[in-house]
Design a binder for this molecule. Structure first.
Ligand SMILES: [Zn+2]
Length: 220
């Protein structure tokens, strides 16, 4: 290696070192400085908590859930929703996609549960769509973030009874115009609690002639 090559290599190395220093962030879960939104050791802890059997056939909608909504996974999801941690959503979506592939489930059209446009603009992104993006990258399924539209802003579901939740959600969704044979859809969301939102989305899609296979979520 000539002197010129060595000098070039050294300047490249110091440039990379400077770049890495610049790109370092605090891990969302343990605050350790590293290069990712969640550091490698917290990632392995989270991966250890993934459900061995993610699929539950619940009536009237099968639910595919990657993990349980508790501990580090709960904090990661809250960070993704309320702390601008978009990269965490992509990562969780990829993990969800990997376990979908491992379960050898069929390819479907991915439809994230939409947020109302006003709320989406305030947050900068819809976390369900970000998760669905990671999921689609991993499984090569078609992502359709425009099919299901939140037509009405609903009050927060938190603290409402099941009956009130369903009344609150009625006609909350509409379906965008669609050309061609209507495919089988897989809904995607961050968490599954009572399933009221998923059932309302399913009702709207089925009324418009789509089949709904179920819903895939990061946690329940
Ligand atoms: Zn960490």
């Amino acid at each position: 290696m000539g002197l010129g090559d060595r000098l070039e290599r050294r300047s490249k190395q110091s440039w990379n070192a400077a770049l890495n220093l610049f790109l370092r962030v605090d891990c969302l879960l343990c605050n350790r400085s590293n290069e990712q939104a969640i550091c490698p050791s917290c990632q392995s802890l989270l991966l250890g908590g993934a459900r061995a059997r993610p699929l539950d056939i619940l009536e009237p909608l099968p639910v595919f859930a990657w993990g349980s909504y508790e501990g580090g996974l709960k904090r990661a999801i809250l960070g993704m929703k309320y702390d601008g941690q978009r990269a965490v959503g992509e990562l969780l979506g990829q993990w969800l996609g990997r376990s979908w592939r491992a379960a050898r489930l069929p390819p479907l059209r991915l439809v994230p549960i939409p947020m109302h446009e006003v709320k989406r603009q305030a947050r900068g992104y819809n976390q369900a769509a970000v998760i669905a993006q990671g999921f689609a990258q991993e499984t090569k399924q078609i992502l359709d973030s425009r099919l299901l539209v939140r037509s009405r802003s609903t009050t927060a579901q938190h603290g409402l009874s099941l009956v009130d939740r369903e009344a609150n959600l009625r006609s909350a969704f509409s379906i965008a115009p669609f050309q061609g044979v209507k495919p089988m859809v897989l809904l995607v969301d961050d968490i599954y609690t009572t399933g009221a939102t998923a059932r309302e989305a399913q009702r709207s899609l089925v009324a418009a002639g789509f089949g709904v296979w179920g819903i895939a979520v990061v946690a329940r």
